[in-house]
Write a protein that binds this ligand. Sequence first.
Ligand code: GDP
Ligand code: MG
Length: 440
Amino acid sequence: NLTDRLEGVFKKLRGHGILTEENIEEAMREVRMALLDADVNFKVAKDFVASIAEKAVGREVSKSLSPGQQVIKIVHQELVDLLGGDTQQIRLDGRQPVTIMMAGLQGSGKTTTSGKLARMLKEKGRKPYLVPADVYRPAAIEQLQVLGERIGVPVHPSSTDMNPVDICRMAMDAAAVQGCDTLIIDTAGRLHVDEHLMDELKEIRKAIHLSEILFVADSMTGQDAVTVADTFNQALEISGVILTKMEGDARGGAALSIKKVTGKPIKFVGIGEGLDALEIFHPDRVASRILGMGDVLTLIEKAEAVVDKKQADELAKKLQKNQFTLEDFLDQIQQIKKMGSLEQILSMVPGINKLKQLKDAPKPDERELAKTEAIIRSMTLKERRNHKIINPSRRQRIANGSGTDVADVNRVLKSYSSMLKMMEKMRGKPGAFSGQKRRK
Ligand code: GDP
Ligand code: MG
């Protein structure tokens, strides 16, 4: 997991407060590995890492984030930008009818995706018309006819003795007659790119106006897909990309590489064989996937939003000086209510980052929190500032005062103590808290 690895790299950094060239370099090695793991093209990964390093060096580490989180945030943002930033939809306004041609290798998912897209557009209120222009295999025409029937979209009556260019020309008229406004042209593919295939597609492009040429790529083919995408783009000037088979284990590296190499937006992703398994491409989701982080980023964002810098600083100072009292514990409980479990709060204090814990930590039990709060409030100020004086009779009094029992009081004191112990351990390590930087 990249997050864990980066946390490891940045353990050394704590106490410095800014990202230096040296530790960035080490972190970037990890990022590069993660990219390669996700099947990102080697050169793309290399360039990417270089540009990130430039951006990260010298940045001050935000107090609510650990350096590891900080770098992940930069990397993620950069990935999102590279993947195209916002979602990109196909253009449906402008010249009518809209004509969309699917291009790509055999088996990439052109026919299936034609059906999926027709279904999606129909739901949006368009009137799609499916055009089978793969005349080399009878089964291909039939496949599209079956799909069309299932989604209730008319399919142009093509046959294997017709020429794809003629089919497209005739389909334009036929669509108009049927009142359809969006043609989706399914074309033939080869196992490899060849001249004949490209020529045929170029002929279609010359013969009719095309609103979109969408290159359909099987994301499972990783590196190969990148080369093929480049070739199709050079020959046809594609207008966008659809990545199929993105469900399951596909890590999305192909998305980054294809976008980088062609410069064309990824518009949709196929996530299954079913006709509803087509989604608009979301750069941020895929970026998270490439980094193998799932919802860690959401948590990072949450952490930034909730724990404000000043509070985190103050807490860090107290932890250093061994001044974390039950009163601070009470403060933390207020935070917990806003945010999550004790581990989550702790993990957001710079220097005590354990994202794994943060992710797995159970949601706090509101009633337990309220109880804890009541117990601490029933303590005297003296008790709150020095828990060691809380003897059995004081415990009984506190329990009575808070409407709990001694076992509850003991539990609160125990979790407070274990927190102290944990901090003791952290304090043993030099530079364990980034707040140190600010000590004058
Ligand atoms: P074409 O040769 O480019 O027209 O490819 P097809 O549309 O015939 O698809 C080839 C195979 O890939 C079929 O078995 C499809 O069901 C499958 N397929 C297409 N898109 C997806 C997808 O997003 N996920 C999965 N799992 N399979 C897909
Ligand atoms: Mg096909």
